[in-house]
Design a binder for this molecule. Structure first.
Ligand code: FAD
Length: 503
């Protein structure tokens, strides 16, 4: 590697001299927030030769704004901007007037919690457990865990801490607590909190300001369009899945006879040479393809990071009715089980074998009302149960949801007239929803290893050739899982290239 690196350094020096930013060929793989942020930053920074290869026939990746029911948008993937202060996407949305105004305030509506026997749970208990639960998760997020909790999974820590509360002595309290854990799985994109590290929660930085900022009528697509404006038309090639990235190709010749260090080959056989490639595919795609996508193969620390970080599935089940059947102050119907999947004993009993498949629907937290769709509900489901659901027919999922809604609420629930179910785990260009840090994994080291460019750093060499760079939500140490995290990583890698060409 030492020999080939020094050869490339000569090349890097020649490349800068030959072409500089204007002539450098950059290929970006993926047009999600990371890819578009990188493309827009490079173009604005004077790079004239930027090509984005996107496997799908649309931009956005896990931000997918659609209109399946009415003229109003539905977000199949990302929905909210998390946090305000220091959030670059909140800033863009505010400046461009893309945030929602005039939607019913969440303060004027509330969740309705029902038990499986159809009985509602008093708000006082729900509020008390919810408050205690968020105090406990805040402790984990702010690195304030007691020493005896630091090496536990999130599930084990929460059980231990909740166990000392009088709320744990009541059946209702325990059921609401189990729901809180199930709901938290949505934030963590994990199958279970018993698989997530408690102490690593503090690596994720929660930005100040409302956590659930809703976008206006254009949804997330409106922010993507802001980035798209900077990218020349024709610079994005759609339906172009990349099959192979060949890097470390020795340069021969001189400026007039230039060969490039990286070659990108698409599944349709099209091939592109590049000075630099920015890979923004999801961690799910890397888990599936990292060993075949790169030649030569990735360094061991990067492969380990890809293997060790978790990439969980969160799915949404949108049900559209001709008219609403819930009270006007209802923000959602939440379902409590006597033996819910995030109950420790149930979790342990179901950890082996396939019995959990017969009760997959117990992982649905509930059905929330949907902004701008007064007659639609959105069910949330995570983890292996979500992946299992993805394999079922829409009609089976619909019938199960209707059965749940009817039996829990006792309300007169009409037929579903339209529906839309996300299948992020089965999507071959995504393979999941977002990143989490499993128990026993050093998240910071793994995110950093994922983010480091190729060729790997060699301590004996100063400035190194940059061939393959990595961006995407999973490569951010503090904002992984989010759109703003993805966006910032695209900018980070574009800035890395900009400074590479700044002598
Ligand atoms: C259900 C759901 C809800 C979410 N909710 C929120 C939320 O409310 N707020 C929030 O901040 N975040 C949310 N997120 C997470 C957020 O959507 C992601 O963190 C962010 O969009 C990731 O952007 P990215 O650019 O890193 O990756 P992606 O969006 O995955 O972009 C990668 C792109 O690469 C393309 N690609 C893959 N393989 C290839 C290949 N071989 N060749 C070419 N192209 C390829 C893909 O098609 C994709 O377009 C949610 C995600 C999901 C799934």
């Amino acid at each position: 590697m030492g020999f080939s690196l020094s050869k490339q350094l000569n090349k890097a020096a020649k490349m800068s001299a030959c072409s500089g930013r204007e002539g450098a060929k950059v290929v970006i793989i993926g047009s999600g927030f990371a890819g578009l942020a990188a493309a827009s930053t490079l173009v604005k920074g004077g790079f004239k030769n930027v090509l984005v290869l996107e496997a799908k026939d649309r931009i956005g990746g896990r931000a997918n704004t659609t209109k399946p029911f009415t003229e109003n948008v539905i977000e199949v993937g990302a929905n909210w901007i998390h946090g305000q202060i220091g959030n670059p996407l909140f800033k863009i949305a505010k400046e461009k007037n893309l945030l929602s105004e005039g939607l019913p305030s969440s303060e004027s509506s509330e969740d309705y919690f029902f038990k499986e026997d159809g009985k509602p749970v008093p708000n006082t208990i729900v509020d008390q457990v919810n408050t205690l639960f968020s105090n406990l998760t805040d402790k984990a997020s702010h690195d304030a865990l007691a020493p005896e909790h630091q090496d536990l999974t999130m599930g084990a820590y929460l059980d231990d801490a909740f166990g000392t509360s009088p709320l744990a002595a009541t059946e209702d309290g325990r059921q609401v607590f189990e729901w809180c854990k199930r709901n938290e799985c949505t934030d963590e994109a994990c199958s279970s909190l018993y698989e997530v590290s408690a102490s690593q929660m503090s690596n994720y930085t929660t930005l100040e300001g409302d956590f659930f900022n809703t976008l206006g009528p254009g949804g997330y697509r409106a922010i993507l369009d802001v980035l798209l404006k900077d990218v020349p038309s024709g610079a994005i090639k759609y339906s172009s899945p990349v099959k192979s990235i060949r890097w470390d190709l020795a340069k021969e010749g001189n400026c007039q006879d230039q060969r490039y260090p990286v070659q990108v080959i698409c599944e349709n056989g099209q091939s592109f040479e590049a000075d630099h490639v920015i890979v923004t595919v999801s961690l799910g795609v890397l888990k599936e393809k990292a060993t075949t996508l790169f030649t030569p193969g990735l360094p061991v620390n990067k492969l380990n990071a890809i293997k060790n970080l978790g990439f969980g599935v969160v799915d949404k089940i949108f049900l559209y009715f001709e008219k609403s059947f819930w009270p006007t102050d209802c923000a959602g119907v939440q379902m409590l089980w006597k033996e819910g999947p995030e109950n420790k004993d149930v979790y342990e009993a179901l950890s082996e074998g396939d019995a959990w498949k017969t009760t997959w629907f117990k992982k649905i937290t509930g059905f929330d009302t949907v902004a701008r769709h007064p007659t639609a509900l959105c069910g949330w489901i995570t983890g292996r149960e979500a992946l299992h659901m993805e394999k079922l027919q829409d009609s089976e999922i619909r019938d199960t949801c209707l059965r749940l809604l009817r039996s829990f609420t006792g309300w007169s629930v009409p037929a579903v007239s339209k529906m839309l179910i996300s299948r992020w785990g089965s999507d071959s260009h995504i393979r999941g929803s977002y990143t989490f840090v499993p128990d026993g994994v050093d998240g910071v080291a793994a995110h950093k290893a994922l983010a480091s460019p190729l060729p790997p750093k060699d301590a004996s060499i100063g400035k190194r050739q940059l061939q393959v760079l990595f961006a995407g939500e999973a490569t951010h140490v503090n904002f992984y899982t989010t759109t703003h995290g993805a966006y910032l990583t695209g900018i980070r890698e574009a800035e890395r290239l900009k400074s590479y060409y700044t002598v």
